[in-house]
Design a protein around this ligand. Structure first.
Ligand SMILES: [Fe+2]
Ligand SMILES: [Fe+2]
Length: 272
């Protein structure tokens, strides 16, 4: 029987996207089957790789070298879905990585349940978006993709609370801001399958941000820290740049992110 950390490393070291998603789903099922017995299964320890394994394609380019296409065209919508597939594949790895990398910190069972569930949802998101690409005659790997998606993970590899602040509470929360506009693009193009896939993603991503906020607040409580002050200082330390409005305040609130967490991070600190 594999420990949860070994399952995480098994996903992280798998290069192929569809195979990574399949392993992630299988391990997720195994985890929840074990949880039915009532005891917390062995979390174990394992050394996650510095970078998750990735397929030969897509070619990874610096964001400024990834060609932009107009969303009003078929090619533009394919490029958009390709970028989403790339984000989802990274998200699969990010959720397994937080489990393995910080396995030495003792956490309640529900913490592992949340990230395993999030990882299985990201695996479904990757599969759904890959299906949409294939239906449109493309596939994940057909276009270049952003390098540097793993940067937030690298920057916070030694800081558990920093990881929660930057990945679910900043990056995934940003997804809540931009997904409605994306859904509109596919609705206008009458691409019902892509609309349906993006609507599932939109609904489930609220949960991922909420897990981040929940466990961030839990750790602040454990260490008697002020959550808002901690959040501001960790985001300023590890996230490169300022947060950019407009924000989806309604969905952020649903996910446990109040406005005074993110609005102050749209501005530089006043100079001394
Ligand atoms: Fe996702
Ligand atoms: Fe997510």
């Amino acid at each position: 029987m594999m420990t949860l950390s070994e399952m995480a490393v098994d996903v992280l070291t798998c290069a192929d996207g569809r195979e990574k998603a399949a392993r992630s789903l299988a391990h997720g099922k195994a985890w929840f089957d074990m949880r039915k017995t009532g005891d917390l299964p062995d979390i174990g320890t394992a050394s996650p790789p510095d970078f998750p394994a990735r397929p030969d394609k897509p070619e990874l380019l610096s964001p400024r070298d990834v060609p932009r296409r107009r969303p009003g065209t078929d090619a533009g919508r394919i490029a958009l879905l390709h970028a989403v597939a790339h984000i989802e594949l990274n998200a699969v790895d990010l959720h397994w990585d937080i489990i393995a990398r910080f396995a030495d910190v003792k956490m309640p069972g529900g913490y592992y349940d949340d990230w395993v569930k999030a990882a299985t949802e990201e695996s479904n998101h990757f599969n759904m978006v890959s299906d949409c690409l294939e239906r449109l005659g493309s596939h994940y790997g057909a276009l270049p993709a952003h390098a540097g998606m793993w940067r937030a993970a690298e920057d916070t590899a030694e800081d558990f609370m920093g990881r929660l602040a930057v990945v679910p509470m900043v990056l995934e929360a940003r997804g809540l801001d931009v997904t409605p506009g994306m859904i509109e693009i596919f609705r206008k193009a009458k691409d019902d399958e892509s609309v349906a896939a993006l609507e599932v993603i939109y609904a489930e991503e609220v949960g991922h941000v909420a897990y981040g906020s929940k466990w961030f607040h839990f750790l602040c409580g454990r260490h008697e820290l002020d959550p808002k002050e901690q959040f501001h200082s960790l985001v300023r330390k590890y996230f490169h740049g300022l947060l950019r409005p407009p924000f989806n305040e309604e969905k952020r609130a649903e996910a446990g992110l109040p406005p005074d967490f993110y609005w102050p991070l749209t501005e530089d600190l006043p100079q001394e």
